[in-house]
Write a protein that binds this ligand. Sequence first.
Ligand code: EPU
Length: 338
Amino acid sequence: MISNSTTPVTLKSLNSFKLDSVCPAIYFIRKESDLRPFFGWAEDSFYVLGEGSNVLMLPQISKPILKIEIKGIEIIHDVEDEIILRIGAGENWHQLVLWTLEKAFFGLENLSLIPGTVGAAPIQNIGAYGAELQECFVRCECIHIPDGKQISINKKGANFGYRDSIFKHELKGKIVITHVHLKLSRKPNLKLEYGEIPQILTNKGIQNPSPMDVSQTVIEIRNNKLPDPNILGNAGSFFKNPVIDQNQYLKLKSNYPNLPAFQLEENQVKIPAAWLIQESGWKAHRKGDAGTHEKQALVLVNYGRATGHELIALADDIRASVFQKFAILLENEVQIWT
Ligand code: EPU
């Protein structure tokens, strides 16, 4: 375990891409008051790290890091079917999901096995298999580092979108999330439609699934498709799924009849970036130690000694060739730290 350090620190074990990167200093925040020495720091003068599962780090990071390790799960409201939890931002997301299932508090089952911490979850409004964090989010407690003030951001204030929130925009580089409040239910309200979920449940002969069955199914699908970062460095989906308008979609569909798409409201269509990348010839690509995953073209992987620069170069090449073929510009889902 590395302790607070003001000499350059290697971050290889602190990012899921397993990139060899150094930063000028790292401070471990285990309780809210550990943030006091940093009050008054200018905005954008530091990075906030959870478990490093959605960042791509360049070899030399210019800013010090605050690594959030605030733990604890409290039940702060328990009335009839409704539960509200207050969770330390440094808790591991999947351990929280398992804890809620053990207690028979439901709502997080489709979000099983998402890597990272609870404090990172609202930043990109984590989502998977038909569910998104915003559905159970109540509020989060934050510290505004430049003036040391405590602020509370509720669901409306968080301005959630697809892999998006106020934390990626107006509040970026200014705050640390210390606790997250989530509303769960004792009554299951299962989401069973997404992707392979119904098929797997049928194959198992499960007709009336429990939330635990749904969680186990999601775990199975993720384990089958997504590389385990402990074996192969990666940060999950590297790009967001692009949203295009109906006209552009219809034009593309006439050229590519197999183009998969998910209809959103207001004439908008979401296209799987994985399909665009695969059709552009990048599935299971590898150059040096940087590549795309064989089962999921959307996931960039570090086969061992890739650098942040090599992975960014690969992402840029993928983006350029998808743009050339489909006139769709892929946006990063992963944050780049320089
Ligand atoms: N597809 C391909 N080729 C592939 C993989 C998928 O063509 O190599 C197509 C298929 O048509 C499939 C569609 O893409 O039906 C969607 O694939 P999938 O359900 O696997 O989901 P995704 O859009 O690739 C998103 C999230 C994942 C999340 C899954 C499941 C984003 C950027 N990614 O991926 O989240 O686990 O849905 O809900 O929205 C993450 O954010 O790191 C992440 C892994």
